[in-house]
Write a protein that binds this ligand. Structure first.
Ligand SMILES: *[C@@H]1O[C@H](CO)[C@@H](O)[C@H](O)[C@H]1NC(C)=O
Ligand SMILES: *[C@@H]1O[C@H](CO)[C@@H](O)[C@H](O)[C@H]1NC(C)=O
Ligand SMILES: *[C@@H]1O[C@H](CO)[C@@H](O)[C@H](O)[C@H]1NC(C)=O
Ligand SMILES: *[C@@H]1O[C@H](CO)[C@@H](O)[C@H](O)[C@H]1NC(C)=O
Ligand SMILES: *[C@@H]1O[C@H](CO)[C@@H](O)[C@H](O)[C@H]1NC(C)=O
Length: 386
């Protein structure tokens, strides 16, 4: 009887029992290498606040204080954190690190939300000038210019050590590995996990698969993520999968029509997660301003809420530089970002107004985790209290 009543209460409030973390990706830290001609060469290191920037504090304020979001995924570039001259590893550009840490501390300490650290590098390092394709694949032993798997581990060990005492920081190992062996994605992920745990950090880790870490592609093709990714080992059992899933015809997020239903294209991944008793975050998904996308974005968030394998999500994208200059968008129905106050290039309301406030904001669970460490088991769900 008691359980029937609490199930009913759950249905009545519409609150999800399984989503602990919800928010937006913050795009900006990865900018200035391919979309800007202001800086010669690779756009490295670039000028902070001009070519790239991690967050706008005012935007984060609105998303936390008014929209009650508790998760922000903050992008940065490996080549700025670890300049190419010194290589990938434990030697950081301290000026750049301090700027990044300011953003992470603002989200986690000042606002009390959770932050995913997002090296936006496609498992490549040394030339981000034509991302997502340029640069040597990390761990490619046939490429003498490639950073090694061990160097990737050293990098994560150093970064994790610096945030080990902040339980609101989540380590997102890598954005969208692609066009490489799945076994190498796993090997690099494992090197990072080992190095992170060697520092004593028990923070939640989210790790990607291959094929742009696409949910729809998880079990597909001759070298699917599903065949190897379950083999990772985390001594503290606090690693989840990091999945991206766009709803357009080729799952790229580059088309304005949403036609790929999440309940269809995530079913195989969900089954796989169940089999291995793993949890997942979907840290990129999105849609344009049209009725088809409004319906399918709703299906997407509902699907995650209904399947206990999914515990968190961030929609693409808010942030200082996403929007009018984004490569996805071609007209005023699509332009703009999920950044509060932003508009489309022609001055009309942007996606914050037309998609976030209209469709996604009403689907943000009223109860989320606001204290304690981020974990595959989630934490206490409470209403936002400021
Ligand atoms: C380190 O970062 C700062 C801040 O962006 C930049 O001014 C400086 O040139 C960078 N140094 C190197 C070696 O990349
Ligand atoms: C590894 O490097 C070799 C030599 O440059 C190249 O032919 C090969 O395509 C690279 N592999 C990947 C997965 O990028
Ligand atoms: C992690 O999970 C494994 C498999 O369920 C279990 O044997 C092990 O005791 C767990 N370790 C910790 C630290 O919880
Ligand atoms: C799910 O997996 C089955 C079995 O491999 C496959 O036939 C089917 O096409 C997959 N579904 C989707 C939507 O990719
Ligand atoms: C969003 O889409 C709807 C439906 O097509 C349209 O009526 C509305 O004008 C659009 N909003 C903006 C700000 O373009």
């Amino acid at each position: 009887m008691k359980s029937t009543l609490s199930l009913l209460a759950c249905l009545l409030t519409g609150a999800s029992a399984t989503i602990y973390y919800a928010g937006v990706a913050e795009s900006g830290g990865e900018f200035g290498v391919y979309s800007s001609t202001a800086t010669p060469g690779f756009g490295l290191p670039g000028t902070f606040g001009v070519d790239y920037q991690f967050i706008n504090q005012a935007g984060v304020d609105v998303h936390v204080d008014q929209n009650h979001l508790n998760l922000f995924r903050i992008a940065f570039l490996l080549e700025r954190m670890c300049p190419v001259a010194t290589g990938l590893g434990a030697s950081f550009n301290e000026t750049h690190f301090d700027l990044f840490k300011d953003a992470v501390d603002y989200v986690t300490v000042t606002k009390g939300a959770y932050a995913i650290l997002d090296p936006h590098n496609y498992m490549r390092y040394n030339d981000p000038s034509s991302q997502p394709y340029s640069g040597s694949v990390i761990g490619n032993t046939s490429d003498v210019t490639a950073a090694t798997t061990a160097q990737f581990g050293e990098f994560w060990g150093e970064l994790a050590g610096r945030f080990a005492d902040n339980e609101k920081v989540i380590f997102g190992l890598m954005n969208e590995p692609h066009d490489m062996p799945s076994s190498l994605v796993l090997e690099n992920n494992q090197a990072a996990i080992d190095a992170i745990r060697a520092t004593g950090a028990e923070n939640l880790i989210i790790m990607p698969g291959n094929s742009w870490t696409g949910g729809h592609a998880w079990t597909e093709g001759t070298d699917p993520s599903s065949a190897v990714m379950y083999q990772f080992k985390d001594p503290v059992n606090n690693t989840a999968l990091d999945i991206h899933e766009y709803l357009d015809v080729d799952f790229s997020g580059g088309h304005s029509e949403c036609v790929s239903a999440p309940e269809t294209y995530l079913a195989n991944l969900t089954e796989w997660l169940k089999t291995y008793q793993l949890k997942a975050f979907i840290t990129e998904f999105g849609g344009a301003n049209n009725t088809g996308c409004a319906a399918m974005l709703t299906d997407m968030v509902d699907y995650m809420a209904d399947n206990e394998e999914y515990i968190g999500w961030t929609a693409w994208a808010a942030g200082p530089f996403w929007g009018a200059s984004s490569p996805c968008c071609t007209d005023s129905l699509q332009l703009g970002s999920l950044e509060p106050g932003s508009t489309a290039a022609d001055g009309s309301p942007g996606l914050y107004t037309t998609v976030w406030l209209e469709t996604l904001q009403p689907l943000v669970p009223s109860l989320l985790q606001w204290s304690g460490g981020a974990s595959v088991a989630g934490g206490e769900l409470v209403a936002f209290s400021g």
